[in-house]
Ligand binder design. Structure first.
Ligand SMILES: Cc1ncc(C[n+]2csc(CCOP(=O)(O)OP(=O)(O)O)c2C)c(N)n1
Ligand code: SF4
Ligand SMILES: [Mg+2]
Length: 290
């Protein structure tokens, strides 16, 4: 549900922000507040869901209904919230480690379930909160206090996985470009289905290699000639890892959302919380198991 007469300050919280000065997360916080304000989404109609990590702290710093879940397990909570009340705008935010390592299986299956939610994954190519170990998106050779000889595993290509699974919406954005990121986020929110954004978002403290400058030099915007509905072309873009393609890379319009598919909303569109429990039906059902 969308409303008017809201300002940026509706999302402000009077709290100290525990991120390092210069962290990409600050820009993303500003972008998110502006986008929600410009789309007229009120704090009461929006739920912010996150896991654990620096990106996972998002709900601590922004006024919203929120659920700060377990590391790697936030997407199942986002699905549950959307299933219980499809009228809510659900935005799930967490880091590359939380989403692709501890939460790798959840990432794959949320794409299959296809709830109408937005999933923003802050990709800083490092475990920020736990002070700088390699994450699944760390680049080959990246040295840390743990990976002292450099990372030996190929980085996880999340956009390629999402496109291979025919995700509903796949985009990549760079937080250093706030205007373009805002545009992409608006498209993701307005899309009906699971919308994934690989957000390049530097960690200025524990990743001194993949800096704002590095991301800028190693990314480019796709042009208008790209056919977002063409899976093969989108795949080609993301398999070329020399430079990161930015923009809305792939849209699949042939999928129904989870909420559209589940039987419980087939004949009755009211969210579950608005319904009363039919105790007789329930007890009849339980009796069939006795
Ligand atoms: C099950 C589990 N494993 C490990 C941890 C420890 N842990 C907390 S945050 C984190 C890494 C966070 O990295 P990322 O998701 O990339 O977020 P960032 O801090 O970089 O934003 C780890 C390993 C945990 N809390 N729970
Ligand atoms: S450690 Fe990195 S990700 Fe965490 S707040 Fe500092 S700069 Fe940001
Ligand atoms: Mg990270």
């Amino acid at each position: 549900m969308r409303g008017v007469n809201i300002t940026n300050t509706d999302f402000d919280l009077d709290t100290e922000i525990h991120w390092c000065p210069g962290c990409g997360n600050f820009s993303e916080l500003k972008i998110m507040k502006e986008v929600l304000t410009e789309l007229g989404i009120k704090p009461k109609d929006f739920v912010l869901v996150s896991g654990i990590g620096q990106a996972g702290k998002f709900p601590h710093f922004m006024k919203a209904q929120s659920y700060n879940g377990l590391h790697g397990r936030y997407l199942s909570a986002a699905l549950g919230i959307k299933a219980a009340n499809p009228e809510l705008n659900v935005i799930a935010v967490s880091g590359d480690g939380c989403t692709y390592s501890e939460g790798g299986n959840h990432f794959i299956h949320i794409i299959r379930y296809n709830p109408n939610i937005v999933n923003i994954v802050h990709n800083n190519m490092v475990y920020g909160l736990t002070k700088g170990q390699a994450s699944p998106t760390s680049q080959l050779g990246f040295k840390t206090k743990v990976q002292v000889f450099g990372v030996i595993n190929e980085p996880f290509n999340a956009a390629a996985v999402a496109i291979a699974l025919k995700a509903s919406f796949v985009a990549r954005a760079f937080v250093g470009d706030m205007e373009k990121t805002k545009e992409i986020m608006k498209q993701a929110i307005n899309h009906n289905g699971y919308a994934f954004i690989d957000l390049l978002c530097p960690c200025v403290t524990f990743n001194r290699v993949n800096t704002f400058q590095w991301y800028k030099e190693n990314s480019y915007y796709i042009d208008d000639s790209h056919d977002q509905l063409d899976q093969e072309k989108a795949m080609k873009l993301v398999l070329n890892t020399n430079k990161f393609a930015l923009g809305v890379l792939y849209i699949n319009l042939n999928r129904r959302t989870y909420e559209e598919n589940v039987r419980v909303y087939e004949n009755d569109k009211r969210p579950l919380y608005q319904r009363t429990l039919d105790k007789e039906n329930l007890s009849n059902l339980l009796n069939t198991f006795r």
